[in-house]
Write a protein that binds this ligand. Structure first.
Ligand SMILES: [Fe+2]
Length: 144
C-alpha cells in the first residue's frame, strides 16, 4: 500500500509540474501563431489544474497526506522546471516529453491500484491515462 501512496504522490507532483509549465507557456509564448498557442496552452493548463484537486483527494482517501509544496514536488517529479522562453513549437515538444513521463507514472500507478484491489482508484487513473493520451495526440501534432 505504501508504494501505491507514493506513486499517487508522484502522479500529483507530475501533474502539477506539467500544469505549471503549460501555464508558464500560456503567459509567455510569442510569435505569429501567438493566438493559437496561447489558447491551446490555456486549455491544457486548465485541464491539468482541474485534475490536481481530485488527485490530492484520492491521496487523502488512501489515508496519507497530499504533498503541496515546491520542495516536495521537486523531490517527487522527474519533470524539469522551465526557466527559459522557448519557441511555441519547442514548448509543445517539451510538453509532449513531459506528458510521456506523466503517462508512464499513471500506467505504473494503475497496475498498483489494481494489485491492491482499489478498483475505484484504478478507474480514476484510467480516466487520467485517457486524457493524457489525448494531450499526447495534440502535442505531437503541434510539435511536428
Ligand atoms: Fe490567461
Amino acid at each position: 500500500m505504501e508504494t501505491l501512496q507514493e506513486m499517487m504522490k508522484k502522479v500529483l507532483a507530475d501533474t502539477f509540474a506539467m500544469y505549471l509549465k503549460a501555464h508558464n507557456y500560456h503567459w509567455n509564448v510569442e510569435g505569429i501563431n501567438f493566438p493559437q498557442y496561447h489558447e491551446f496552452f490555456g486549455n491544457l493548463y486548465e485541464e491539468l489544474h482541474g485534475a490536481v484537486d481530485p488527485i490530492a483527494e484520492q491521496i487523502r482517501a488512501l489515508d496519507t497526506y497530499a504533498p503541496g509544496s515546491f520542495t516536495r514536488f521537486v523531490e517527487l517529479t522527474d519533470i524539469e522546471d522551465e526557466t527559459t522562453i522557448p519557441t511555441g513549437q519547442e514548448m509543445a515538444g517539451r510538453l509532449l516529453a513531459d506528458n510521456e513521463k506523466v503517462l508512464a507514472t499513471l500506467n505504473m500507478t494503475f497496475k498498483l491500484a489494481d494489485e491492491f484491489d482499489k478498483q475505484g482508484l484504478a478507474d480514476f487513473i484510467a480516466g487520467r491515462i485517457d486524457t493524457h493520451s489525448k494531450h499526447a495526440w495534440m502535442l505531437r501534432s503541434i510539435s511536428k
